[in-house]
Ligand binder design. Structure first.
Ligand SMILES: Nc1ncnc2c1ncn2[C@@H]1O[C@H](COP(=O)(O)OP(=O)(O)OP(=O)(O)O)[C@@H](O)[C@H]1O
Length: 777
């Protein structure tokens, strides 16, 4: 038996002991459940409550234990004796530094004994004597597993990554943190097996789901994951540096640290639904099922799901901070229905009392002088209308006595205010508006022009109105940018009215008379389960806005309006904000920076930078770095950790007619070369066409993406089609191209069109080295 097999056998013994203990715990939990059920039969309220609590606890416990983790146990550290003998609650010694006499100088060099061995896994497990069999990866005692480096080894002599599946140990890989030291474990020399656990993880094929990195978190990443949840933790780093992975592991860490505070209260905001589905398996794999809400920007408003895309010039209008002012006017303007009543007539004291259009306009002006959200101004509208009628009735003059006058007025308010005529008038004259109704009202160019006077240019008004025309009364056709507008409107309007059947005379705004339209929609996260029972649940949707921690992924892409929306969800929260300015597809970064600062309030920042690219092989990173130099001259790219020896491939499509076949052939070639996924990235405008061209390949490993959808995702191989077309789609196009080129873990093919002006080797102009000092486009 060779050394590796022997070490695997030893780790297998340990894993068997762990599973033995887990089995005992499962039996304990099952016993508890059965016992609880028996107690329930007693039937007193107290017994029932106790049973519920026990069943709940035992059920939780069981479901965690029963999960077949692919690698329940994944790490081990062998440690020198600590400076003091203090042990923490998990049974491990707490000292970070070794005892002064832990290492002895001997003639052959320094020698030491391993004083403590810890196994690291997804959950903490103690044996019957409270000795730790496995330390939870988030416990303080596990930190050295991630943190120790040869420069600062602390007590760690050997770090071992254990690969296991189910109950079987498959392999071990060791790193020596103190290579010059001869260490002894139970009298024998400490064996060392292989190297490169990290590299093995990085080279593995990719699927459609992100996996956790718990076995190979690197020191600079660990610093971020375990950073105290101060006010704002800000993380920057280039593509592939693990920002998304780190953000998700941080959520799991915060839960472990203070479950009471964070359970259910962590929100992760992701740029696209694609990235949400790519990442949503990571937390359950870390044992945190259902504790963290992950939402796409277009799915942040409860009951709404964005399913449309805005071209860049429209997005630029919708995302700009000035929209907040346009919407404020729209919210107030929309309460005045074009076909609303122009005369209020009641009968009081035996004669007709009227308010004319001019009178009503004056009352409306007074009502809008109030600062409350528009829908909440209705009681004020009611009161001011009655005041105006009372004044017009001339009744006040008939009373000398102030008390009598006040009494008469009160009676008048009660009588007139209670009449059907008056109530119907009020409902039509001050209709309650939903955000969706107001947004749709903005599709009328003339009306929008009025609301946006001196705020938007006529061209912008036209673009905006035209784009909003696709929004249906039920909320179809909304883009992620529209959702931020809806959220702003919701704040301006106040709580939307409860869903109710449309009432005649409810003051429809042109055709916008679908009350409660918004509440009829569903969110991304709940789409699956909700399909069948939308109506029943719509009423129960009390949206949560007060998260305790908000994590923003790809933060560089949020528009000012989106920052306002996200900011509303974390007024009291601490924040983790991760992003990379070099990948930003938003064109006005300064404006976004101002709204971001407002969203994060005056909270203090702690900044971290990640510097190593774990995704792209060096051969691919080099190509991307060239584009980065054009997009942001002077920016430092992250350092790629591995090379594959495979150079990117350059192909050229002869002309537009030949493009579909060329795309198909290039994609098919990549599918044949890699075991996992292939992403085909095209300009947004080419998305639908490209999907059609590739349909016949019918391979579920293949994904077609518009350039903006590629954000955050990764594939074994990527085919980037038409770099110039991608770069030409917006002023931020070069940065979008940079994103496209950094999606691959193994192979990259670039397919040029004639407009890419490829050189003789097929390398498109944009991918040739930039002239020194070249201006960004
Ligand atoms: N310590 C690690 N061990 C193993 N894999 C890692 C490690 N860190 C990152 N990775 C892998 O590298 C890839 C990139 O990580 P991630 O998507 O989190 O990077 P990112 O910084 O968010 O990238 P981008 O800015 O391009 O979205 C993922 O496959 C991730 O699992």
């Amino acid at each position: 038996m060779d050394l590796r097999d022997r070490e695997i056998r030893d780790e297998q013994r340990h894993l068997d002991a762990v599973y033995g203990r887990l089995t005992e715990k499962i039996h304990e939990a099952e016993y508890l459940m059965a016992d609880a059920a028996r107690r329930g039969q007693v039937g007193t309220p107290g017994a029932l409550a106790e049973r519920d609590a026990q069943v709940f606890q035992a059920g939780l416990h069981l479901s965690r234990l029963n999960r077949e983790f692919e690698d329940f146990l994944f790490g081990r550290i062998d440690l020198l004796a600590g400076k003091d003998g203090v042990r923490g609650p998990d049974g491990a010694s707490t000292s970070v530094e070794p005892a002064d006499d832990a290492v002895r100088e001997e003639p052959g060099g320094p020698v030491a004994d391993i004083a403590e061995t810890l196994h690291i896994g997804r959950l903490g497990v103690l044996d019957a004597d409270y000795v730790p069999l496995v330390i939870d990866w988030r416990a303080p005692a596990a930190a050295p597993f991630y943190r120790a480096t040869p420069l600062r080894p602390g007590r760690v002599v050997r770090r071992r990554v254990i690969r296991s599946r189910g109950r079987r140990v498959l392999g071990v890989e060791d790193d020596l943190l103190r290579p010059g030291l001869r260490a002894r474990l139970a009298g024998a020399e400490l064996p060392v097996v292989g190297d490169g656990a990290l590299l093995a993880a990085l080279g593995r094929e990719r699927g459609h789901r992100m996996t956790d990195i718990v076995a190979s978190i690197q020191a600079e990443q660990d610093e971020v994951i375990r950073a105290p949840a101060g006010k704002v933790t800000e993380v920057t780093g280039g593509p592939g540096t693990g920002k998304t992975a780190v953000a998700l592991h941080r959520a799991a860490y915060l839960l472990y640290q203070d479950r009471r505070r964070y359970a259910g209260g962590i929100l992760v905001v992701s740029p696209t639904p694609l990235l949400v589905s790519y990442t949503e398996g990571v937390l359950p794999a870390l044992g945190e099922e259902g504790q963290v809400v992950i939402r796409a920007l277009g799915g942040l408003v409860e009951g709404v799901e964005a399913d449309a895309y805005d071209e860049q010039r429209v997005a630029a209008v919708k995302g700009a901070a000035v929209m907040a002012r346009v919407l404020a006017r729209a919210a107030r303007g929309a309460v005045e229905a074009a076909d609303g009543p122009r005369l209020l007539r009641v009968v009081a004291f035996g004669r007709r009392v009227e308010l004319t259009a001019d009178d009503l306009a004056e009352v409306r002006r007074q009502v809008l002088g109030g600062s409350a959200p528009v829908n909440l101004l209705r009681p004020r509208a009611r009161r001011l209308l009655l005041e105006a009628l009372w004044a017009r009735s001339g009744a006040a003059g008939r009373y000398q006595d102030r008390e009598l006058a006040a009494e008469a007025k009160e009676g008048f308010f009660d009588d007139i205010g209670g009449e059907d005529v008056f109530q119907e008038f009020l409902a039509a004259w001050w209709p309650e508006r939903t955000p969706l109704q107001v947004l749709r009202a903005m599709a009328d160019e003339q009306r929008l022009g009025r609301w946006a006077r001196r705020l938007l240019r006529p061209r912008e008004v036209r673009l905006l109105a035209r784009s909003l025309r696709r929004v249906t009364p039920a909320g179809g056709g909304l883009s992620a940018h529209d959702v931020a507008l809806l959220d702003e409107l919701r704040a301006l309007l106040g709580a939307p009215p409860r869903p109710a059947p449309a009432r005649a005379g409810s003051g429809g705004l042109d055709e916008l008379d679908v009350l409660g339209g918004v509440a009829e929609l569903t969110t991304y996260a709940e789409r699956q389960e909700r399909r069948g029972d939308r109506r029943e649940r719509a009423d129960q949707d009390e949206e949560r806005l007060d998260y305790t921690h908000v994590i923003v992924d790809e933060a560089q892409d949020l528009t000012p309006m989106q920052w306002r929306m996200v900011g509303r969800r974390g007024r009291q929260a601490s924040w983790t904000v991760v992003g990379d300015p070099a990948q930003s597809s938003w064109t006005a970064p300064e404006e976004a920076a101002a709204e971001r600062a407002a969203a994060l309030g005056g909270r203090s920042h702690r900044r971290f930078e990640l510097t190593v690219n774990y995704r792209n092989p060096a051969e691919i990173a080099r190509v991307a770095d060239g584009v980065l130099a054009r997009a942001l001259p002077g920016a430092t790219p992250p350092r790629a950790v591995r090379a594959t020896g495979v150079l990117p491939r350059y192909l050229v499509a002869p002309d537009a007619a030949g493009l579909p076949a060329a795309v198909r052939a290039a994609a098919a070639e990549l599918l044949a070369e890699v075991p996992g996924t292939v992403g085909v990235v095209v300009a947004m405008g080419l998305r639908a066409d490209a999907a059609g061209w590739l349909a016949e390949l019918a391979d579920d490993r293949l994904v077609v993406l518009g350039s903006l959808e590629a954000k955050g995702l990764e594939y074994d191989a990527t085919l980037v089609v038409g770099p110039a077309r991608i770069a030409g789609e917006s002023p931020a196009g070069l940065r979008v191209l940079y994103v496209a080129l950094t999606r691959s873990t193994q192979r990259l093919t670039v397919l040029s069109e004639p407009e890419d002006r490829p050189d003789a080797a097929g390398v498109p102009e944009l991918l040739t080295p930039a002239e020194p000092g070249a201006e960004p486009r």
